[in-house]
Ligand binder design. Sequence first.
Ligand code: G6P
Length: 587
Amino acid sequence: MCSIIGYKGNEHASSILIEGLKKMEYRGYDSVGIATIKSGKLLTRKGVGKVAEVNKSLGLDELPGNLGIGHTRWATHGGIVDSNAHPHLACDSTIAVVHNGIVENYDELKDELTRSGHVFKSETDSEVIAHLLEEYFEITQDIRLSMIFTCKRLTGSFAFVAIFNSSTMCGARYDEPLIVGVGNDDYFLSSDILGFLNYTDRAIFLDNRDIVIIDDSDISFFDFNGDRISRRITQVAWELGDADKGKYAHHTLKEIHEQQNTIVKSMKQNKKTLERFCDIMTRAKNIYITGSGTSYHSALLAKQIFSKSKIHVETIMSSEFQYSSDLLDENSILLAISQSGETADVIQSVKSAKAMGAKILSIVNIPTSSLARLSDSYLEVNCGPEIGVAATKSFTSQLALLYYVTDIIGRKSNGISTSKDMLVRAISEVLELDSKIERIANQIKGSRDVYILGRSLHFPVCLEGALKIKELSYIHAEGMAAGELKHGPLALIDNGSIVIVIHPNDSTYVDTLSNIHTIKSRGAKIVGISNKKNSIYDYQITIPTISEFLYPLIEIIPLQLLAYYLAIGNNANPDYPRNLAKSVTVK
Ligand code: G6P
């Protein structure tokens, strides 16, 4: 959603903050701001735009001081204007705050604070935190008490960092991530380890209801009741910081091209952890799978993958979970799939499933995420940081891992486990089609609508392909089960339509071919993704022949590339699609 960062040490804070914010821009990016403290004076600059642009025009990294906070915003409350950008200041400009999350009771708090004389300068929910801290500090003259009283008044979800002109930095979290980076002589507070990994690999992952206070002499931790707590330092892997674009123009393109390695990595699991995970699954009476966006498409595929091993599962979209959650009980498991492990809809689903006695399994990319912590057992997809907002490599990694789990549970000897080399070859062949796909994208980039059709296992891939095209290129795209075309959507097809068909030569081939004839006779242009040549296609993307069951792993890649090049053709930035954020931590 938003990213927050704080720094207290001996270095020039503002340049460190800007560097950290650039690494976390994937979390939200409509405006940016920083505040520092120099000789007891609070200085702030903020504006609308991406970090590099605003920094260039306002010189954010020129603010002096060794203590500061920074923020990139993804607007929820209040428009995208300078005054709503963080940091937000208390009335007397002695306290500045950056916040990620939603303060649900901000209206009521704002009324109360306004009545006691506080003047608000923004339309955000976040600003109440600065004024609450000021109010309680005036009464108590104690930063620790002000933090505790403020946290107790907030409902909703939050991670915030505040700086006081007395040279103190504080943070608190509830249902939003906040991590302390511990350097040699300095401390960081950040939404993601990427915010400080260039400086230190020592991190403290705060728990819900934790408060951290860093002053000139000490770092101390408290819970919301004011009781002192201790938190352990974790050494995090440096390679998690490998978030450079390398030779690629965009993170998204780099991440698409990493997939021949990442799918193999996802199957490298600790034996004991994997056994425990599979054991919980096999014992469950009912299995439900949930996820959002791309991860939900993995869940839909998982349902089909598991059913081939006679394991019946139900899928529930995380944002819809609350309306059907009474299905779960203590004999159920909920398998939650999430790259970030922080998506609010997913976390909410898991919490309600837990409350009903269900066991929680999860598949995550971030082992320190809230979802992993809430789970009875979790597996990591190990695909490395995914910076592009639209999920690409994390999707195929989730799928590969789900196939692998099915092999273990179903004791299969001819599943993905024995096909790794063949898959790597197939993926690299598909990736070599990059420039061919770019040419096709250039032919169809002016289209208003794109339809993607396929049957059986290919259907969830159609949904995922359409999501990629929508997210990246802003072209309306719809994924459909090919057999459903005749039940309505056919009315939309005419000689201006572009229809992409996932059409490998497998058990779905003949039926899908007859759908293609129906579309073709209405003048639509057909893009065929197939391993079998067919002159019915106007454009063919030829994929290699692999085991029928595993096609989803390779056929999504041409769709990812197509979406990427459609974005480029339509002058959209594929790494940072408008209005979207990688980690959506609001419901
Ligand atoms: C956001 C992103 C999507 C992503 C979804 C789920 O909406 O824009 O690309 O698929 O969140 O993310 P998760 O981290 O839970 O897999």
